[in-house]
Design a binder for this molecule. Structure first.
Ligand code: 0L1
Ligand code: MG
Length: 255
């Protein structure tokens, strides 16, 4: 019998103190996927008890590039809180992270609730605004190595999000060019098509997966659709810029 609350304390304190831990799966905590999501919920509950606020969810492993990069083969999701939101153009401080990486994404802001099995059209109708975004992922496991259960327990590596200007969800999102630059040099180039063929499909999956945790995607919430390319390791001093066809830019610097 695994004490999921005790495991939640381990991952929460690793995230809070930016200290790497060894993989749960290799150190006496062979979690099932359901238990891993329970640990995730309990560790985020600890953050909420400290005053943080839930602002949405992130979808993970929504592209083949990411699945191959991390050696897994299933969609996952995690919770976003207000302290993970970094102001666009702000400076990120490496000391708050273990070994952060950054990846290009598309963000949705909802105007209507979504829960359970919804159609693509229903998901589209629930979106108030869309924006170019970058997720900062920071696995709390040594060497960024984990099993599917490990990463889910660790809130699917979510640790930050930078969102560009919100805009009307009027353009077709199914094949937008996305290029991420470090100090003006392209480091990742891809297309929004890599996100499940169309980022709105990720929103459909988000509604279904969150419902399994009895969670409704609420109006005002942000849903990060997932990365269109592999992630890049951040380093001190670098300026990161994402350019997304039709949607514009999102930028951040590392101190
Ligand atoms: O696509 C994702 O956001 C997955 C994040 C979890 C795995 C990772 O840390 O790369
Ligand atoms: Mg991501």
């Amino acid at each position: 019998m695994i004490d999921t609350a005790a495991v939640a304390e381990i991952v929460d304190s690793a995230a809070k103190n930016a200290k790497a831990i060894s993989q749960l799966s290799e150190n006496g905590y062979p979690l099932s996927l359901a238990q891993a999501y329970q640990v995730q919920a309990q560790s985020i509950a600890r953050r909420l008890e400290r005053g943080e606020r839930l602002i949405g969810i992130k979808m993970g492993f929504t592209s083949r590039a990411k699945m191959i990069q991390m050696g897994v083969d299933d969609l996952i999701w995690g919770r976003l809180t207000n302290t993970m939101l970094l102001e666009e153009g702000a400076e990120l401080d490496m000391k708050n992270y273990v070994h952060p990486r950054i990846e290009p994404e598309i963000a949705f802001r909802l105007k209507q609730p979504l829960k359970g099995e919804v159609s693509l059209l229903e998901a589209m109708a629930a979106v108030e605004a869309v924006a170019p975004a970058m997720e900062i992922i920071d696995s709390r496991y040594e060497n960024f190595k984990f099993s599917l259960q490990d990463v889910v327990a660790d809130n699917s590596s979510s640790s930050g999000v930078v969102i560009g200007a919100w805009q009307q969800p009027s353009c077709d999102l199914s094949n937008l060019g996305m290029a991420m630059f470090f100090d003006g040099e392209p480091v990742q180039i891809g297309s929004s098509a890599a996100i499940m063929g169309n980022p709105y499909r990720s929103l459909v999956a988000a509604a279904r997966l969150a419902a399994a945790a009895d969670m409704t995607l609420e109006p005002g919430w942000i849903v990060l659709a997932g990365a269109s390319t592999a992630a890049e390791a951040l380093r001190s001093g670098v300026h990161v810029r994402l350019e997304t066809e039709q949607l514009g830019v999102a930028e951040i610097s590392v101190a």
